[in-house]
Design a protein around this ligand. Structure first.
Ligand code: UD1
Length: 387
């Protein structure tokens, strides 16, 4: 059997690592080996957004890099389809495996289906209900086309059935991100927070006087933000920055690894200089997997619009303010046993929930099948379907 797995952007990398390892273990135990080809579309191309994850998570270099890079959604998707079709015609795989909800997921599933190649979607069935999110379009199209839909939770099975997807194509396998978390938590725990900060400072902030920084090692909030709905409009981004600078950072020091999209927008809106001059805010470059995991295990509270971090906060128990109006991962919400609360980008709501959540104790939670064994169930599902 020949498989092509596709990765494109940062959140894909931690999901593919355990799957590749599982295939390699399987190949050691059998005569009928799986031929596996890893394709990187190149949507995320900076070393810190891409290569660092391959190195840290021992992912073998991609066999093929499509070098797509930045662009509008249509450019990214179109260029990926054109380049990936050539790979498919050359390699003729039995299956294409796509992950999550990034532009590579959509582009490669469409290209494969048009060549009658079977598609398996890892992390199927998540729905935010918000079709203004590019990721929601990617999820809807990919799931509609996939031959094997592997869900991280049971709520996602319900979403797929409601859309009329045949039950026989759906399998509940659990969350593959948690496989990665399980195998890396020990290494992460050995990192020193002071070193993480020192090694990842944004260059311009290096000269700041950090003596005001109230012991970041034991008492800090962690923040990430990159969604277009939060960072692409000045009238939305500026009030969030004011809340961070004028209120929250005075109450608790904030560590904020900055996504390139967000840095670009802050610079464009003339908000960047004030941020880097603030001594209560530690701005870092995008962090590696272990570094982020370590900070998450120690942070008093998380403010984020990332999907993956909502899941990691749930398992680690970090109280989390989800800077979104909806989530495709409702299993991470407090009312479903998770640790997150939706606050959107409404300033008074963020302020109020910040005060409430800061008082909460860390309460780790494990949704069903988030047990570190998902990659094995994924491979079994593919092998069974291929029989
Ligand atoms: C993408 C995913 C999103 C995921 C996020 C995590 C889609 C539709 N979105 O959003 O689901 O949560 O990644 O990071 O696929 N840039 C760099 N260096 C890089 C990558 C990007 O400078 O290595 C810049 C690009 O030039 C672009 C901006 O960052 O201007 C945004 O990148 P893009 O790939 O469009 O989407 P993300 O916002 O990263």
């Amino acid at each position: 059997m020949k498989l092509i797995s596709v990765v494109g952007a940062r959140p894909n990398f931690m999901k593919i690592a355990p799957f590749i390892k599982t295939i390699s273990n399987y190949n050691k135990s059998t005569e009928k080996k799986i031929k596996h080809i890893l394709v990187h579309t190149g949507q995320h191309y900076d070393d810190r957004m891409s290569k660092a994850f391959f190195t840290a998570l021992n992912i073998p270099s991609a066999d093929i890099n499509l070098g797509i890079g930045s662009g509008s959604h249509a450019e990214q998707v179109g260029n990926t389809m054109i380049a990936f079709e050539k790979v498919l015609l050359e390699e003729k795989p039995d299956w294409v495996i796509v992950l999550g909800d990034v532009n590579a997921t959509l582009a490669c599933s469409v290209a494969a289906k048009k060549l009658h190649i079977k598609v398996c979607h890892i992390e199927a069935g998540l729905r935010s209900g918000d079709e203004r999110m590019p990721e929601e379009i990617n999820r809807l199209v990919t799931d509609r086309l996939s031959d094997l839909l592997l869900t991280p939770d049971e709520l996602s099975i319900k979403n797929l059935k409601n859309e009329g997807i045949l039950e026989s194509k759906i399998e509940f396998v659990g969350n593959i991100m948690i496989d990665t978390l399980e195998s890396n938590i020990e290494k992460a725990s050995n990192l020193a927070i002071s070193e993480i900060i020192n090694d990842n400072f944004i260059q311009e902030q290096k000269s700041n006087d950090l003596s005001n920084f109230n012991s970041p090692i034991s008492h800090f909030a962690l923040m990430t933000m990159h969604r277009p709905s939060n960072v692409d409009k000045k009238e939305i981004l500026e009030p969030i920055i004011r809340l961070i600078l004028d209120e929250i950072s005075l109450d608790i020091p904030i560590i904020w690894p900055i996504h390139p999209r967000t840095q670009n927008q802050l610079q464009q809106f003339n908000l960047w200089d004030e941020l880097i001059l603030n001594d209560n805010l530690i701005l870092l470059n995008p962090l590696g997997y272990h570094e982020m995991l370590k900070l998450n295990t120690r942070s008093k509270i998380m403010l984020t619009d990332s999907g993956g971090l909502q899941e990691e906060c749930t398992v680690l128990g970090t109280p989390c303010l989800t800077l979104r109006w909806n989530t495709e991962r409702p299993i991470t919400l407090l009312e479903n046993g998770g640790s997150c609360v939706l606050v959107g980008n409404n300033i008074s709501r963020i302020r109020e929930e910040y005060k409430n959540k800061l008082k909460l104790k860390r309460t780790p939670n494990r949704p069903k099948l988030w047990d570190g064994k998902t990659a094995l169930r994924i491979l079994e599902a593919i092998l069974n379907t291929n029989k």
